[in-house]
Design a protein around this ligand. Structure first.
Ligand code: ATP
Ligand code: MG
Length: 142
């Protein structure tokens, strides 16, 4: 769907957030500045997290505590600077990513995929003359 403003992206993200049950792993695909972080901010805001939500490019991973019935923490990763998936070892992702009380969002997820992390959702962001396009795909599990 097409977003014509940052506000509209926040609203689309809030609608998506309402479908989350916990344990989801969301890959965010798309070029620089297409709205990936804005989308995560919309999810976090809709769950009552009011502090800054920025791309964790240097810190790799941010944590946003939320007090939803089932979801207690959002994990927000940006792997843009990770050149080798072995660099992910120190994060001990397997201890948290995919747990029922967390929802994980990963910008630039290719290294995570190499590390063996499978997404429950893939969201594609593309900016064009019409606006910012957001395409949400739920991955079917076998
Ligand atoms: N419809 C829209 N949806 C989202 N962002 C928009 C929209 N229109 C304009 N913008 C602007 O585009 C920028 C998107 O930046 P954002 O940080 O969300 O991108 P990103 O995909 O996370 O980039 P990066 O890969 O560098 O982390 C923001 O400055 C935002 O205000
Ligand atoms: Mg970003």
């Amino acid at each position: 769907m097409m977003s014509h403003s940052e506000q509209q992206t926040l609203e689309i993200a809030a609608e998506f957030a309402a479908t989350l049950k916990g344990g989801e792993i969301v890959f965010l695909e798309g070029d620089l500045g297409t709205g990936k972080t804005t989308f995560v901010r919309g999810v976090a805001r809709s769950m009552g997290f009011e502090e800054p939500v920025r791309s964790p490019t240097f810190t790799i991973m941010n944590r946003y505590p939320v007090s939803q019935e089932q979801i207690k923490e959002l994990l927000h990763l940006d792997l843009y600077r990770i050149e080798d998936s072995k660099e992910l070892q120190t994060l001990a992702l397997e201890e948290e990513v995919g747990l029922p009380r967390t929802v994980t969002f990963i910008e630039w997820p290719v290294r995570a995929q190499e590390w063996g992390i499978q997404p429950s959702h893939e969201i594609r962001f593309e900016t064009g003359p019409e606006g910012h396009d957001i395409e949400i795909n739920e991955k079917t599990t076998v």
